[in-house]
Structure formats: C-alpha cells, structure tokens
Design a protein around this ligand. Structure first.
Ligand code: AMP
Length: 406
C-alpha cells in the first residue's frame, strides 16, 4: 500500500492506494483539519464518508490518529502495510529536478526552500517528520511542484532585474503545478500515441490556483507562475501579474506593509476581488449569465488573461503544437470558460466541437473540430496518482520487496 500525503500548516490530506493486479486502486481518502485548533478527521472509504472530532495539538497527533483510524476501519491491518509514503512538496528550489527518496539532505533542502515558500514547505516538513516517527519502516518519497519546471531555460526563467538578485537571492521563475503538468504530459503521450519527448503541448491548469505551461518536446519550457504562485494568470483569489509599483502605492494608501499588501494580492484579489462576490467560477458564471456587472467584468478579465497567456506559450513553443489541453477544476468542468477562452484566440485558428465540449467524459476527451489548427483536449489531472506511481517507482528501484507492481 502507498499513502499519498499533501500537508499544509493546519491540515493533512491523504489518499491510500493499494496495488491490485498491477493497478493502483484507491482504498481510502481523507483529511485531518484544524490541526493546532480543535481538529477533525474525515475519511471516505467504501462509499461512506465519516467525520470525527479530535484534539489535534500538532501534526504528529494527527498522523497517529489517521493511521489508527485506518486500522480501526480495517482499511489496513497494521501500520507497516503502508510500505511507501509519497509527499507533495511545493518548493524544491533549483536543486531538485525529480521525485526523490527522503533523507536528511532532502529535508534540509525542503527547510531551506521554506524561505521561498513560507506558506507551504513548513507543513510538508512537519508531516514528513511525523510519518517518520509513526511508520519508520516505510520508504518516504518527496515530489515537488517546482521540479518539472527545472528544464525551463535561463532566458525564460530570468527576470529583467539586477542579475545579482538571481545570483545572490535566488530570484527567478520557479513555476508550480509541476506534478499536474507531468501527469498531463504522460497522459497526452498515451492519448496521442506520440512519444512524450516529441510532444509539444500548451497546458492550461485552471483550478483555484491557475497557470499555463508550454511543454516543448515533453519537458517544461515556460510557465506563467513565477518566483511564487502569485504570478501569471488571474486566479480564484490571486491577482496574477500586475504592475509591481501598485504594491508600494497601495501600502501607502492603506497604511499596510508590503507583506500585508501581498497577502491581499494572494487572498482577496482575482475573481473574488474583482467580482466582490465569489472566488468560485461556478458563482461567477451564473452571475455573468445574468449580466451582473462586477462578476461579468471578472469573468471577462479572467478569459482575456488566460487567452493572452495561451498565445504567449504558443509563441514560446514556436513550432507545431500537438495539443491545447484544459485541466483542473475549471478547465475540466466548465465548457463555458473553455468556449470563451477559445473565442478570445482569433489568431490561433482554433475550432471547438460544440457537442464534444459539452459532453460528459471520464478521464479525457477531444473537444476540437477536425478543422482546428491545434487539437484541443480536456484531461482530468490526477496529482495523487502521479505521486503514488513515482513513489512506487522509487521503491522498486530501491529493491524494496514489491515485485508484482505497476
Ligand atoms: P481545483 O483547485 O482544481 O480543485 O479547482 C477548484 C475550482 O474549480 C473551484 O473554485 C471552482 O471555481 C471550479 N469549478 C469546479 N467545478 C466547476 C464547474 N462545473 N464549472 C465551473 N467551475 C468549476
């Protein structure tokens, strides 16, 4: 069994997989929330979802409770049934380019990178140390959101600021959503039958956080998120790119320091800030249909920015593109947004198949008409599965006794 863990500062999300006849099957998933406060644990297994109130003073207690509950529910017989644990870690600096088995050095890198991802990396590290204590026999693997983007060339990752900001302070584009992009690239190779090292893709990961990536010859060539996930597209609550002078100006206007203004750009901007209504695209779409002023403005700005970045990424690739792919919460589920974005790309000669765009689908679907210059797809991303697969790969290569695996 393999456990996939996504841990934040006050929550631990997990998904338990079992290898059944060479395939990964989901046995259970859940979340321990409000760690450090009152605490609750939710587990969904066998079609039943239950929530229990718990006292979680820290991550270690939450991890102990997760494992004990999986055992009580007879989803595992004993903790050591879990032979591998794959952790999603947001930032791996420029030192980490692929998933790795966690050792002291990995933990040091995650710790160092906390300076660059203060909201994300500390939670991952605390969870790693908690699982090390609770299941010391398991192989622990870390997979990083930044790693897939380490192939981006310097001219694409560098900012036009004093070069020593990069040399001495690590200021550069890192890019995020890398686990999702890796999954989509692998899936598109499967779907198109083309070797992944020959694939040119524009992938739009449109979730609450959102980015677009140019995948050239199967590897990341550029992406819209940058030094932090605040850059690039307009998102649920993040502004994406704006004139940087606005920070200091609004700091003075509102009597806030730069961290506080940055917080507003992360949490109170994007769809939420502009619409003054909601960060959820479903709500925004409903109001746009009714013609409500600010949600409509937010909708149109969102679509405009996404379309502009798709053009940028097409230009980056600069050679024939095998597919434009929509993924994540909005990309996978909103035919309306996909249609609006395509309508904002008049120069790319894209043609949607209207029926296909609206049809229900399982894992993926082609939604373009045969006349489209670039084929268009929707693909359901699956970061947890990607992490589970990579964890098993590393366990196998470590000669762990897992012979009959994927
Ligand atoms: P994610 O971060 O990938 O989980 O995506 C979450 C976002 O997907 C939510 O904030 C919603 O705005 C959006 N979403 C989910 N389902 C739909 C839908 N049917 N139509 C439009 N947006 C959706």
């Amino acid at each position: 069994m393999v456990l996939v863990v996504n841990s934040g500062s006050s929550s631990i999300k997990f998904r338990l997989y079992k290898v059944v006849q060479g395939h990964l099957e989901i046995i259970a998933e859940g979340i321990a929330e409000r760690i450090g406060l009152d605490g609750s644990l939710t587990i969904k297994a066998n079609g039943i979802k239950d929530t229990w109130q718990h006292d979680f003073p820290n991550h270690l207690r939450a991890v102990e409770t997760i494992i004990a509950s999986l055992q009580n529910l007879q989803l595992i017989n004993k903790p050591t049934d879990i032979e591998g644990i794959g952790f999603r870690v947001v930032h791996g600096t420029n030192k980490i380019t692929k998933p790795i088995i966690i050792d002291q050095e990995t933990k040091m890198i995650i710790k160092e990178a906390a300076k660059l991802a203060p909201l994300h990396n500390p939670g991952a590290l605390i969870a790693i140390e908690a699982f090390e204590k609770v299941i010391p026999q398991a192989t622990l693997v870390a997979q990083f959101d930044t790693a897939f983007h380490q192939t981006i060339p310097e001219v694409n990752f560098i900012y036009p600021v004093p070069y020593e900001w990069y040399q001495n302070h690590q200021v550069r584009k890192y890019g995020f959503h890398g686990i999702s992009y890796q999954f989509i690239t692998q899936k598109m190779a499967e779907i198109t039958g083309k070797a992944s090292h020959k694939l040119n893709l524009i992938v739009c990961h449109l979730g609450n956080g959102a980015s677009v990536a140019a995948i050239k010859k199967g590897v990341s060539f550029d992406t819209t998120m940058g030094f932090t996930p605040l850059a690039g597209l307009m998102m649920g609550t993040r502004s994406g790119n704006i004139d940087p002078s606005i920070l200091a100006y609004m700091g003075k206007e509102l009597n806030l320091n730069l961290d506080e203004v940055t917080d507003l750009l992360n949490k109170k901007s994007g769809l939420l800030g502009l619409s003054q209504f909601s960060s959820d695209m479903r709500d925004i779409e409903n109001e746009w249909k009714k013609g409500t002023k600010l949600p409509s403005l937010a909708y149109e700005k969102y679509v405009q920015i996404a379309a502009d970045f798709i053009v940028t990424m097409a230009n980056r690739i600069g050679e024939p593109i095998d597919a434009l792919v929509f993924t994540a919460g909005i990309g996978e589920n909103s035919p309306l947004i996909r249609q609006s974005i395509i309508m904002n790309l008049p120069l790319l000669n894209l043609v949607l198949d209207n029926n296909a765009n609206h049809e229900k689908y399982q894992e993926w679907s082609k939604i373009s008409a045969p006349t489209s210059k670039i084929p268009i797809y929707v693909v359901r991303t699956n970061e947890e599965l990607m992490i589970a697969q990579e964890t098993i790969k590393l366990m196998t290569s470590q000669n762990k006794k897992l012979n009959n695996l994927v």
